[in-house]
Design a protein around this ligand. Structure first.
Ligand code: UDP
Length: 253
């Protein structure tokens, strides 16, 4: 991967090319939500909270669709960015990026979830970025799964659900080409200068849910894409273990 004889390349925070940032989960951060976690990927920090609504969206009732629904909302708190970001409510509308990200989070969760087993309920997963330093969408997906799984486990314990609708876990990480070198889990200084930027969403069993890969005033080869996917897969395998530990911690009485 990296040419170890090349001493000119260094990541801004001195990580190895295939090294994740310090990833942490603080569960129970929002006690009124059934499941919650503050997930940190280095300086990127996102609050993810899962709440239960005892009804399904109007379109499901109208179309008599069986089961339940799970959806996500994403926002960057005004003070999460270097320059204050105006709240969507003050601007009067959500920007395109926000809509794209929240749909990605919802799709990622639903890919590993059997909605038929969530009869008559909606799970709302709110992801609010406390601090943005690159990779907020991938941190959101990773934390959203932890928050939602904790909420589901509590519903099961309270006999409000018969079976766990989650079929497996889901996590995400960013990868990209920075100064010509494929790297894992980009922070903002890397993301800003990356020529290729990709977000990988994978299940615990190693299946892809989504791969968003784009050249920024640049193109990329099949070989580079393969390297990026391998890096992403390695990172996600490590993240899966951390997610499992966080869920167990979050369910401790
Ligand atoms: N960013 C920002 N303001 C914005 C959008 C992005 O400061 O309105 C920064 C933030 O650090 C974010 C990074 O740019 O994490 C990369 O943004 P991108 O749209 O690629 O999404 P992300 O990598 O956070 O999923």
């Amino acid at each position: 991967m990296t040419d170890t004889t090349d001493t000119s390349f260094a990541r801004p925070d001195a990580r190895a090319v295939d090294q994740l940032r310090d990833i942490r989960f603080e569960t129970g951060i929002a006690p009124h939500a059934l499941g919650s976690v503050l997930v940190s990927f280095g300086k990127t920090r996102v609050i993810c909270a899962a709440s239960i609504d005892e009804r399904v969206p109007g379109w499901m009732r109208a179309q008599k669709v069986e089961g339940g629904w799970m959806t996500a909302e994403y926002s960057m708190l005004p003070y999460s960015t270097l320059d204050r970001k105006q709240r969507d409510i003050s601007r009067g509308k959500a920007d395109g990026r926000t809509i794209e990200i929240q749909r990605l989070i919802g799709r990622s969760l639903r890919a590993v979830f059997d909605l038929k087993k969530l009869t008559g309920k909606t799970i709302w997963v709110d992801c609010d970025v406390l601090q943005a330093d690159g990779g907020t969408r991938t941190a959101s997906i990773t934390g959203a799964y932890v928050a939602a799984q904790i909420a589901v486990q509590k519903l099961l314990a309270d006999e409000k659900l018969e079976e766990n609708p989650f079929t497996e876990s889901v996590a995400a990480v960013s990868v990209g080409v920075f100064q010509g070198v494929p790297v894992l889990d980009l922070n903002y200084p890397e993301d800003k200068d990356a020529t290729v930027d990709a977000n990988i969403v994978m299940t615990g069993s190693g299946k892809f849910v989504e791969v968003q890969s784009s050249g920024e005033e640049a193109t990329f080869s099949r070989q580079e894409l393969d390297t990026l996917l391998e890096l992403g897969e390695k990172g996600i395998r490590e993240i899966n273990l951390l997610q499992e530990a966080a869920i167990a911690e979050g369910l401790k009485p």
